[in-house]
Design a protein around this ligand. Sequence first.
Ligand SMILES: NC(=O)C1=CN([C@@H]2O[C@H](COP(=O)(O)OP(=O)(O)OC[C@H]3O[C@@H](n4cnc5c(N)ncnc54)[C@H](O)[C@@H]3O)[C@@H](O)[C@H]2O)[C@@H](O)CC1
Ligand SMILES: Nc1ncnc2c1ncn2[C@@H]1O[C@H](COP(=O)(O)OP(=O)(O)O)[C@@H](O)[C@H]1O
Length: 294
Amino acid sequence: MSNRPPPLNTFHLIQRLKRAPAEHKGNAGKVLLIGGAPGMAGALLLAGNASLHLGAGWTVLEMLDPASAHALPDQAELMIRLASFDPTEQLQAIKPDVIAIGPGLGFSNLAIQWLEASLAYPNIPLVIDADALHLLADIGPLMTQLRERNARYPNQTVLTPHPGEAGYLLDLSAAEVQERRASALTDLVKLTQSITVLKGQHTLIAAPQHDMLCCLEGNPGMGTGGMGDILTGSIAAIAAQGIHHQLNVWEATGLAVQLHASAADSLVAKKIGPIGLTPSETILEMRNLLNQHE
Ligand SMILES: NC(=O)C1=CN([C@@H]2O[C@H](COP(=O)(O)OP(=O)(O)OC[C@H]3O[C@@H](n4cnc5c(N)ncnc54)[C@H](O)[C@@H]3O)[C@@H](O)[C@H]2O)[C@@H](O)CC1
Ligand SMILES: Nc1ncnc2c1ncn2[C@@H]1O[C@H](COP(=O)(O)OP(=O)(O)O)[C@@H](O)[C@H]1O
């Protein structure tokens, strides 16, 4: 207990996101989210909804599932495209300010090509989650590409493993990660050279250039499928606004983690959860907190 890292304390950063009267969507940034293979479109839609409600100027989804890419979205603000077989060309056409890849991505050749192209896309914040973390663990050249990206553009890439994904990267079980969360995170940072968020009760974040911090907020109501997907979209949206609002990727990541957990606590305090708390409700409460502190 006494060895717990210092607490995450980020809400003072919200002031920096305050919008000047003449600001426009270009100042809030363009987030590109990649994933949503057949059967898992919901994961990408949740990440997209989080990005939209946390303030990104544009949210574009590259959806791998053709049926979902062509369906009319509930949220018309989302720009949904069918992920093409030429990711490099597509990225050059979209010119994103931030990329997030992984929610519902799956493990197809197309998924691998999109991860390769995202890792190769230069010098913008990149968030890597869920199935993209499995691909990094499984395919050596992708891990090499990640390390090279971090050597070239430090502090731009964020990994968000839950204990299962952390274990997969480290060749441990989820239970073994949980037994030594702090040292597992240190190992992940060494392995990947990335800003890394080890999710679960008392989420930990660390980076090659930053000491470890611990999020004291959050509750077991967050144990609902999709809760991690909304964190991914939130980190991307805050990082995108950070580009014009002097918030670096480490700060954006910490703020998103704390907002996410605090929003869940705030909903539980209102008796909306812990039982049945949904990621969609949590997105709206994160937006409330962001605007309350602005
Ligand atoms: N609506 C949707 O379409 C959803 C799709 N999802 C996608 O489904 C795919 C599989 O992801 P999942 O994460 O569900 O499944 P995984 O098989 O990757 O991980 C689940 C396992 O991780 C371990 N684990 C996770 N959190 C833990 C914790 N806090 N403590 C201890 N162990 C823990 C457990 O062993 C658990 O069985 C991903 O692509 C994901 O994005 C999920 O995000 C859920 C929602
Ligand atoms: N008991 C808990 N206490 C605090 N936070 C939790 C708890 N259980 C889950 N969470 C949080 O909920 C989120 C779950 O993410 P993840 O497992 O990736 O979900 P999914 O893959 O379904 O989107 C993480 O941010 C994690 O920290």
